[in-house]
Design a protein around this ligand. Structure first.
Ligand code: TYC
Length: 101
């Protein structure tokens, strides 16, 4: 007689969640020069001249524009850096963040 040995079945479940992303939003104002906004978008967010111009003009016309999405920490750090660049020049330039749905 032969014994049948069955291996215990252990089902391993590894849950991998995608990181929750946050939007960086550029807010329009009446004082920051357009060229300076473009400069900051290129430097902090690595946008091309063309992308930076489009984002700046969208914020200028509509009030706000989503610049990019990042993990929470990166979005907040970039928004703070970009806002500080404006403040150093005395401009009210503002970048905010909000979680993406
Ligand atoms: N509205 C500004 C001007 O006319 C330019 C500007 C655009 C400022 C977008 C901020 O987020 C901004 N000089």
């Amino acid at each position: 007689m032969t014994d049948i040995i069955t291996k215990p079945k252990i089902k391993e479940e590894i849950k991998v969640e995608r990181p929750h992303l946050h939007k960086v939003i550029l807010v329009n104002d009446d004082f920051t020069p357009r060229a300076f906004v473009v400069l900051v978008l290129k430097a902090e967010f690595r946008l091309s001249e063309d992308q930076a111009l489009r984002v700046m003009m969208t914020a200028h016309r509509r009030g706000v524009c989503v610049v990019a999405v990042f993990t929470k920490d990166v979005a907040e750090a970039k928004a703070t850096n970009a806002t500080d660049a404006g403040r150093r020049k005395g401009y009210p330039l503002l970048f905010t963040t909000e979680p993406e749905e």
